[in-house]
Design a protein around this ligand. Structure first.
Ligand SMILES: Cc1ncc(COP(=O)(O)O)c(C=O)c1O
Length: 388
């Protein structure tokens, strides 16, 4: 491998949430941190070089996003996902979470029903509840080792009164890379009920070998006109601290409303380094990403093998996308609080707590495997000692 994903990087004391907020979140500063969804790998060297070059210019004044910036995103989407988008469809947002919150505010009213498919990334819940909209949970069906499926029967009922559905495509934390058929079915039901689809595709470039991402909007003109997609280079290339992402809105009327909303907040500026890093990653990132995915798949295979051999009570399915695994510890018969205490205080592992992803996540932990193999081995060693 040309890139070194084995390298241990000391991230402590960099105002890094994953390391420097351990005491606040886990009650002790020394848990092995495998929670927040960023990577313990270096941001690619070619991205850092581009950012440093820009940083060397002595003025950090106002900037704008130029044609080469949007071109890099367009070409990436075409090359990686066979999605041809037009420049005018693309709008900057300062992060995907901020973007879908803005979409909630721009397209729904207080009291409107918004559907999310739980267990799901906690900000999906907050985007609905924090703005006084009504949260409608459409729990995914947990098939254990066979993974999760969508509950279309319940969705059919829920869509009758809902205004919006926030889709996680691919899904965090369950790791599903939704198939064309699943997305087709969901999209047709949303169209029939005039429910707008917000498709968060931030994990779309982290699809693991053997799987293929389908951008929701590529499933036909009607779907593309009834959706807003969010994309970013941040998760894939470890740039989350640069708060840069893109809303893709093929429908002219939706686009005008969304852009007017963003403009009303004067939120379209962003930061120069996010622009430089995103553009560079989109232009030069293919080889690095190929190696990253291979490395992450190696970690996933290792964990899957280890758990099956030493911790048979932990139920999981292998992710099809993302660098996370979603582990069900309910087989231990402990309360949620007891599981949490044992994981943090005894095992000294800092994992995401399942219930934060929805009540159906109770008793689960999400583990982040975007880290050197030695870190993963240490985590497994601790699990075997305390849970084996
Ligand atoms: C599904 C999903 N959307 C959005 C984000 C964060 O996006 P951003 O940092 O651009 O706000 C994450 C981060 O884990 C995520 O998993």
């Amino acid at each position: 491998m040309k890139y070194d994903f084995d390298k241990i990087i000391n991230r402590a004391d960099t105002n890094c949430i994953k390391y420097d907020l351990r005491a606040a979140v886990f009650g002790r500063p020394d848990v092995l941190p495998m929670w927040v969804a960023d990577m313990d790998f270096e941001t690619p060297d070619f991205v850092r070089e581009a950012v440093i070059k820009r940083a060397e210019h002595p003025v950090y004044g106002y900037h704008f996003k130029d044609e080469p910036y949007f071109q890099s995103i367009k070409e990436w989407l075409k090359r990686r996902h066979q999605w041809e988008v037009q420049t005018e469809w693309l709008s900057f947002t300062p992060g995907v979470v901020c973007g879908f919150n803005m979409a909630v505010l721009a397209f729904t009213k207080p009291g409107d029903e918004i559907i999310i498919q739980t267990p799901v990334y906690p900000p999906f819940h907050h985007a609905v509840t924090e703005h006084g909209r009504k949260l409608v949970c459409n729990p995914l069906i947990n098939k254990g080792v066979a993974g999760y499926e969508m509950d279309f029967d319940l969705l059919e009922q829920q869509l009758k009164t809902a205004k919006m559905l926030i889709l996680c495509n691919p899904h965090n934390p369950v790791g599903r890379c939704w198939t064309k058929e699943e997305l087709q079915q969901l999209g047709e039901m949303c169209l029939k009920n005039k429910v707008l689809v917000i498709s968060d595709e931030i994990h779309c470039d982290l699809v693991l070998p053997g799987h293929k991402h389908t951008p929701f909007a590529t499933l036909g003109e009607a779907f593309s006109q009834n959706s807003i997609t969010f994309h970013a280079a941040s998760k894939t290339f470890n740039l989350a601290g640069l708060a840069t992402s893109t809303a893709i809105i093929p429908n002219a009327e939706l686009r005008q409303r969304f852009n007017a909303f963003v403009h009303s907040l004067e939120a379209e500026l962003g930061n120069i380094f996010g622009k430089v890093a995103t553009q560079t990653a989109m232009e030069k990132g293919d080889e690095w990403l190929g190696q990253l995915l291979e490395y992450v798949q190696g970690n996933i295979d290792y964990v899957a093998g280890f758990l099956s051999e030493h911790l048979p009570k932990v139920v999981f399915s292998k992710p099809e996308a993302t660098y996370m695994m979603w582990l069900d510890f309910n087989g231990y018969g402990l309360t949620e609080e007891a599981l949490w205490q044992k994981m943090t205080q005894e095992t000294m592992l800092g994992l995401n707590r399942g219930k934060d992803f929805g009540t159906d996540g109770s008793g689960f932990f999400r583990i982040n495997l975007a880290c050197p193999k030695t870190t993963v081995e240490e985590a497994m060693r601790r699990l075997k000692v305390h849970w084996g």
